[in-house]
Design a protein around this ligand. Structure first.
Ligand code: NAD
Length: 493
């Protein structure tokens, strides 16, 4: 059954069938029925009904459920990794070593964070009142997630919401709903009350857009493309829902002339190919000092050729397919167009042989694309890195910022002043120095500019998933307050 509503697996009332396919070979992983408006309504009502009790549960009660959840996920780690690998076409090594442990750590982190919501000190700021801060849950969150890291995206959306006392209806991508369903089901087994987390398998048109507009949804949180993010903002405007948006990226990877070149080359290969480049923070624009440009391009091209494409179940496989043949064909078409204005140094082809049944694409390095060209401006979201040279530090920073996106960036240098300047001046939600990709539960993830706003992970996410209320108590006990002078001109009235 493809829905998880009110603490149980459920069939869709809508009933239109679909299949989840393994992108590495096209095999059917699961048959699903897609949710429609009636299912959205059922799930939102369940979340609404669960909200009063869950929002009043003590932080310790919420924390206890989350820590049991983390333990149960540990026990099912291999099952989760296998399912994630098959539905999303991830090499099993990536699923085992990155997606699943990262998710479990997030649950464990929010088990602690649930007990530590922050606010200013209660005090007599006016002199005549005691002011205090309540940090309250917002209500029912409607959340929509993408297919690239299905399990982690479900965790990033669900955890801060429920740790802070909200209830949630999550619609994962219809291409990859299976681990989100298992994740939610495990929460129920851990003791999360029915209705606190609901998961709907459905399309953007029939399910997502209905969820965004449901009058009982108080907040929408979305991770996906900037294009769909705009429609989320429009939908939320109808009844002024709170919005949290994690959108696209086009991360610069800036290599200064003093960089450790071996580190930069290895870093660029790993950071551009992770998850077949389908990572919103992936290195996509290598901006390299002209004096080291040829060395960088040759080094990356060599390493790209050594990366092993293969079946995703094989632990030796480095690189899996992209999510679908349609997405692969879109990437291939962009690379073909790039041949007219840039140099495809390596890759740029669909592998045949044993891999022909999957949506694989070779690791591809494009050099010398102009700064207004398609591959430099637009998200490719595949195993493709573009390299371009710069002449001085000012130009490097300007090129890094020359994008509508602002999600992530990195600077490669041994000069502390250059590094500090890059971290200060590059407009992105995360700037790494001499690395690119690592994330950690304690630290926030989120963008600037057209990469969206709001934070996932870390206690900063509570700024999005809670509302701060000011409570002001009169402590004078007098009928005529000093400030009444503004309305009573006559001091005796
Ligand atoms: P997408 O925007 O096409 O879809 C994301 C989700 O929105 C899916 O669940 C989809 O079904 C749903 N959707 C589509 N149209 C909708 C509509 N009209 N109304 C409501 N819901 C709708 O994105 P994708 O292709 O699944 O994922 C790739 C994108 O996600 C990339 O742009 C990537 O950069 C971005 N992403 C961003 C982050 C981040 O943290 N900033 C993380 C992962 C992915």
């Amino acid at each position: 059954m493809s829905q998880y509503i009110d603490g149980a697996r459920a069939e869709s009332l809508h009933g239109r069938g679909d299949v989840v396919r393994d992108p590495s070979n096209g095999d059917v992983v699961a048959e699903v029925t897609l949710a429609g408006p009636e299912d959205v309504d059922r799930a939102v009502r369940a979340a609404r009904a669960a909200f009063p009790d869950w929002s009043r549960a003590t932080p310790m009660e919420r924390s206890t459920v989350l820590s049991t959840w983390a333990r149960l996920l540990e026990e099912r780690a291999e099952e989760l990794a296998q399912l994630e690998s098959r539905q999303a076409g991830k090499p099993i090594r990536l699923a085992r070593e990155f997606d699943v442990p990262g998710t479990i750590d997030n649950v464990a982190f929010f088990s602690g964070a649930a007990r530590d919501l922050e606010g200013h000190a209660t005090a007599e700021y006016s002199g005549d009142h005691t002011s205090s801060i309540r940090r309250e849950a917002i209500g029912v969150v409607g959340s929509i997630s993408p297919w690239n890291y299905p399990l982690q995206m479900a965790a990033w959306k669900i955890l801060p919401a429920v740790a802070a006392g909200n209830t949630i209806v999550l619609k994962p991508s219809e291409l990859t709903p299976l681990t989100s369903l298992l994740f939610a089901e495990t929460a129920g087994e851990a003791g999360l009350p029915a209705g606190v987390v609901n998961v709907l398998t459905g399309t953007g048109a029939d399910c997502g857009s209905v969820l965004l507009r449901h009058p009982e949804v108080d907040m929408v949180s979305f991770t996906g493309s900037t294009r769909v993010g705009r429609t989320v903002l429009e939908a939320a405007a109808t009844n002024a829902k709170r919005v949290h948006l994690e959108l696209g990226g086009k991360a610069p990877f800036v290599v200064f002339d003093d960089a450790d070149m071996a580190a930069a080359i290895h870093g660029a290969v790993a950071a551009s190919l992770i998850n077949s480049g389908q990572d919103c923070t992936a290195a996509t624009r290598a901006i390299v000092h002209r004096s080291r440009y040829a060395e960088f391009v040759a080094g990356v091209a060599d390493l790209f050729q050594s990366v092993r494409l293969g079946p995703t179940a094989d632990p030796e496989t480095d690189l899996g397919p992209v999510i679908s043949t349609a997405h692969r064909d879109r990437i291939a078409a962009m690379v073909e167009r790039a041949r007219e204005y840039a140099r495809v140094v390596t890759g740029g082809a669909v592998p045949g042989g044993d891999l022909a049944g999957g949506s694989y694409y070779q690791p591809t390095l494009i050099a010398d694309a102009g700064k207004t060209s398609e591959v430099i401006r637009d998200e490719i979201f595949g195993p493709v890195l573009c390299a371009m040279p710069f002449d001085d530090d000012d130009e490097a920073i300007t090129l890094a910022n020359d994008t509508p996106y602002g999600l992530a960036a990195s600077a490669w240098t041994r000069d502390v002043y250059r590094a500090l300047r890059a971290t200060r001046e590059i407009r992105a939600g995360c700037v790494w120095v001499n690395d690119h990709i690592p994330i950690i539960s304690e630290m926030p993830h989120g963008g600037m500019k057209e990469s969206g706003f709001g934070k996932d992970m870390s206690s900063y996410s509570f700024e999005d998933y809670t509302v701060v209320k000011h409570v002001m108590f009169d402590i004078t006990g007098v009928a005529r307050k000093p400030w009444h002078r503004t309305i009573f001109a006559d001091p005796t009235s």
